[in-house]
Design a binder for this molecule. Sequence first.
Ligand code: CU
Length: 143
Amino acid sequence: MIRVRIRYFVPAFAAGAVVLAAACTTAQPTSQELTVTARDIAYAQNQLTLRAGVPTRLAFVNEGAIEHDITIPGVSAGETADAHGHEEASHSMGKMAAGTVHATASVGDSAMVEFIPKAGTYEFACTIPGHKEAGMVGTLRVQ
Ligand SMILES: [Cu+2]
């Protein structure tokens, strides 16, 4: 009686394992992209999620009437990543904390920054004086 049970149980288990393996393959992308749009004065997206350890392209688009940036301290697994969506060096960040991701764009411009995110929950904000206080702040979850 026990033998019969085992004979039916094993193929069912094997089929389940195949499904799990297929799910794992599709769940791990080789890259991911994220767009954050700035307006006056808020981010169009203030709750962001990313997958940890996956190369990421963050596009920062400024649809506002003044300059804005996005700064995410500590999220990069590698070096500090910095992108400026304008030619003049009007926006100097000085020395940023290790692992900071920063992109700045003047009016109507955009910037693309690439990094590999570490798992965790991060606050991101605009560093232009007064903007964070006015609401240019959000949360990024990396899982
Ligand atoms: Cu701003």
